[in-house]
Design a binder for this molecule. Structure first.
Ligand code: PEP
Ligand code: MG
Length: 584
């Protein structure tokens, strides 16, 4: 916090871009008081019945909320509530409550709150961001179950009737679901991180958000006037005239950029000197397809099919997969649909249907193509479904986590077997590609390039394996540097090997959506960039603002530099010159 005249600034992390100006509505964590009272043994049955009824009621409420969120912002975000449903069904938790009811003989809301709080506390202490988020889920559901036991209506934290910026210690998915988007112009929380649910929901709803403000709720009062900067993570109380005028200008500039981005939908992603770079979208679920054309992408560059396993305990059959792939292919044709075969394991799903077990180093373990080649039935079922769907659209296939030539040949041999099983395709052959996301594949890219039709570079993994930085570990996030000289050298090796063998090469990792590094990818001669659909307009604007010679010159220069920060600084220099408004 810092003061300037009357203005007070709170600094956190901007997790959903945008500006908002309004009065604040501060929500404090006022947990309902739960009194403890003794019960007779004869009343235990009654307490159990009350508990069961509250669990059923809570389940119904969560399903209703999930439905509401699915309708408002899509099934993917609604899936957040699956974690809540798991709490209501958690046998260990329920059994512990029943056991303590017998031994302690007191009212069930008190016993339940004790047990649930212990659970949440244990989870919150574990040094894992995912599990810490589960503690928040636990608190959210606990609050709901206790209120149901007390016969109170679900709590709506958002009682302000005028447009406002919501300031809370923490926001849970339930809170977000009951939020009125017309009234909540911005969100600011004491807790939270980029991967927290508050951030995910705020981004989906396009509401500016700042998290990690520490003790803002203790220092602020409802009714104060603030300016929220979701770009840089600032909450400014009583902004001065100077601050307001500074932000007024930013708002005008950002408004212009948004307008320009919308107009880009029908244009191609071609550099200012005429080189076309295919701009595709990444999707996880079939429901994401509408956003592909809406944002002006030229097809799907990465369909992460392992998301078919979300929320289910059975394997998707060949028929079900065929129907899913066929529909997606039909929706995007004549543009391409690149289906990546299952990339299960690692930070991905280890769900009921496919148990990859616990591993010490899951990212280096039984994952992706390694898993598929040993679970040949699962693999072949998927391959047959893809081959059949390829008859109706412009379908291509690619294998994740290829580490070398033998593995690639093995995967292709299985694909050939499947061709024979489904019968030759009538209209030509389907393109087969390899994801290049392991350093060994990058280094042997020349050999691999002779045996595939394209490469798609998975920079998310390539960076983590090259620098040995776990991509989901917060503590070493500062070492995860896309502009590391070693990463750039590998990218160059891959691009050169592809072109020397007359195949095309794309980038489908997050590096392709980072407007700071796009000039390098363009300069290296990447033929395709594939990014999340909502990032497509920004990437298109960046590509259209650049010229090939300046990007090639940049690549030549940065390949001589020895540190990530020097390389990044050079990239930013060019990016700022060409499309400064897209940065920051
Ligand atoms: C990548 O690794 O860059 C990639 C696109 O695949 P995923 O993020 O699904 O591992
Ligand atoms: Mg990957």
């Amino acid at each position: 916090m810092s003061g300037d005249n009357k203005e007070i600034r709170f600094r956190g992390a901007g997790v959903s871009p945008g500006l908002a100006r309004a009065v604040i509505h501060v929500v404090r964590d006022d947990l309902d008081d739960v009194v403890r009272y003794h019960i007779e043994p004869s009343q235990i049955g009654n307490e159990i019945a009350r508990f069961e009824a509250a669990l059923v009621q809570t389940r119904v409420q969560i399903l209703e909320m999930q439905q509401k969120i699915a309708e408002a912002i899509g099934a993917k975000d609604a899936a957040i509530f699956d974690a809540h449903l798991l709490v209501v069904e958690d046998r260990t938790l329920i059994d512990e409550v029943l056991r303590r009811l017998e031994t302690e003989r007191c009212n069930v809301e008190w016993v339940f709150q004790e047990v649930a709080n212990n659970y949440a506390e244990t989870l919150s202490k574990i040094d894992d961001p995912y599990l810490r988020e589960r503690a928040v889920d636990m608190q959210d559901v606990t609050r709901r179950i206790v209120r149901n036991l007390q016969g109170k209506a679900p709590k709506a934290v958002f009682s302000a009737a005028e447009p406002h910026i919501l300031v809370a210690h923490n926001l849970t998915p339930s809170d977000a679901a009951s939020m009125d988007r017309q009234l909540v112009l911005g969100i600011a929380t004491d807790l939270g991180s980029r991967t927290s649910h508050t951030a995910i929901i705020a981004r989906s709803l396009n509401i500016p958000a700042v998290v990690g403000l520490h003790d803002a709720t203790e220092k602020l009062e409802s009714g104060q006037h603030v300016l929220l900067d979701g770009y840089t993570g600032l909450l400014i109380v009583d902004p001065t005239a100077e601050t307001l005028s500074y932000y007024g200008e930013i708002e005008i500039r950002k408004g212009q950029v948004t307008k320009e981005l919308k107009q880009l939908r029908e244009t191609t992603s071609t550099t200012s000197d005429g080189r076309h770079i295919v701009l595709s979208a990444n999707i996880e679920l079939p429901g994401d397809v509408d956003a592909v054309a809406e944002n002006g992408a030229e097809g799907i560059g990465l369909y992460r099919t392992e998301f078919l396993f979300v929320n289910r305990n059975t394997l998707p059959s060949e028929e079900e997969q065929y129907e899913t792939y066929r529909k997606v292919a039909e929706q995007v044709k004549p543009n391409p649909l690149i289906i990546r075969t299952f990339d299960l394991g690692g930070d991905k799903l280890a769900v009921g249907a496919v148990d990859v077990g616990d591993e010490l180093n899951p990212f280096l373990g039984w994952r992706a193509i390694r898993f598929c080649l040993e679970n040949i039935d699962i693999f072949k079922t998927q391959l047959r479904a893809i081959l059949r769907a390829s008859a109706v659209g412009n379908v291509k296939i690619m294998f994740p986590m290829i580490s070398g030539l033998e593995e690639l040949r093995h995967a292709k041999a299985v694909l050939d077997e499947c061709w024979n099983e489904v019968g030759e395709k009538k209209s030509g052959k389907m393109e087969v590609g390899a994801m290049i996301e392991i350093p060994s594949a990058a280094i042997s890219a020349d050999a691999l390039a002779r045996e595939v039709d394209f490469f798609s570079i998975g920079t998310n993994d390539l960076i983590q394996y090259t620098i040995a930085v776990d991509r989901v570990n917060e503590r070493i996030a500062h070492l995860y540097e896309p502009t590391h000289p070693a990463v750039l050298r590998l990218l160059k090796m891959i691009a050169d090997a592809a072109h020397a063998n007359d195949i095309w090469v794309g980038v489908c990792g997050e590096m392709a959506r980072d407007v700071a590094t796009i000039p390098i990818l363009v300069g290296l001669g990447m033929d395709e960039l594939s990014v999340g659909a909502t990032s497509v307009p920004r990437v298109k604007m960046a590509v259209r603002s650049l010229a090939m010679p300046e990007c090639q010159q940049l690549v030549n220069e940065v390949l001589q530099l020895q540190t990530s920060s020097e390389i990044l600084a050079r990239c930013l220099e060019l990016a700022t010159k060409r499309y400064g408004d897209l940065l920051g």
